[in-house]
Design a protein around this ligand. Sequence first.
Ligand code: ACO
Length: 429
Amino acid sequence: MGNVAKLEFGDKRVELPVIVGSEQETGLDISKLRALTGAITLDDGYVNTGSTTSAICFLDGEQGILRYRGYPIEVLAKHCSFVEVSYLLIYGELPNQAQAQDFAHNLRRHTMLHEDMRLFYNGFPRDAHPMAILSSVVGALSTFYQDSLDPHDPEQVAISIYRLMAKLPTIAALAYKKSVGQPFVYPRNELTYCENFLQMMFAVPSELYTLDADMAQALNLLLIVHGDHEQNCSTSTVRMVGSSDANLFASISAGICALWGPLHGGANQACVEMLEAIKASGGDVKAYINKVKDKTSNIRLMGFGHRVYKNYDPRATIIKASCDQLLKKRHINDPIFEIAQELEAAALSDPYFIERKLYPNVDFYSGVIYRAMGLPVSMFTVMFAIGRLPGWIAHWKEMMESPGKKICRPRQIYTGPVERPFLPMKDRK
Ligand code: ACO
């Protein structure tokens, strides 16, 4: 393979530089294509389009590999805390002891919300979806921290990162407390990131709250496996919004909205709802698989299939093992887990799924663990957002620090009417 690709278009011959990444992924650099030929590329859903070079996350969908900054996800999930992994994603290296302590200290010092922010929660309806609350309150951080909005000032960016990482669990837990009508519980800074989140969610002022180490460990693992996934829909949204030099809070708020959709982060909620519906209708897994295969039904097997993984999602393997372990240890007999396992076995032996390379993705089992923790389904996507936050921040920061940064502005092939005469109202049919 040469270091240029040759393209013939009409009477033009163009040489496109070939860009090879550190894992030998290959891209054709078309940045001069329009200038040289007058043509653009068209790629619905960006299936063949690399929007950037990036040093944060590597994934190989065919082989089921996922690495953050070069470290396999399995190794990080086994040995690290979510805070350590967040540091790795955001700053590029695993922290040494002093850096880890400093980072954890900075996150602990920023967990509280401004008291006026709590008033926002009074304005939302009781049944508001927590993802809507999350994106609104994160966007509103930019009104409270106007001292740190310059995306090109490293000190302001550093403080915004601490604030956002520290406050997102508090914002999320308050959204939950609002939905169940319980008093808000303040953060406790002597606890770890995951323990603190669990106590803000489940403690009540009238009782002593006992932390559950198994649940905190399972949460730590879930957050790590959600940490980053290169240029997915929400991360691309964060980069797209940030490319206009929008501040970190505004960019992440947009990413939260993108994550909400059922084809992306909303799939964990949709997956558990699907499992519950199968259980409610008698647990007939085969009948459900047949419905999914029937193209007229427009039903998908939620938690299955992935734009990039055409093999078992490595995150699903980690989560399934953790789910199995947690349910056994706590003697939780969840029929939903059994249905999920039956569904997985039936799909993996069915030619429809085999031919299309459809395997369980990260969302297939995560909901079962969240249920075991006592989280309502509406909070599942919020958990995904807390896990994905360091990845979003890392991509936003990488883009801001890139010397070649440009505003993202795709083009289009226009297919609407050509110029036509204006008709006054009286002449229109
Ligand atoms: N159930 C049934 N059929 C499916 C599924 C599914 N979950 N996923 C894909 N297919 C089929 C499609 O119908 C299509 O079939 P066809 O070739 O006969 O038309 C073929 O597989 C290819 O599907 P596409 O939609 O082209 O694949 P794409 O890469 O665009 O979609 C996606 C990926 C959106 C994740 C899809 O697999 C899906 O909808 N899955 C269910 C939702 C889900 O679990 N999302 C979470 C993704 S992971 C994440 O965001 C963290």
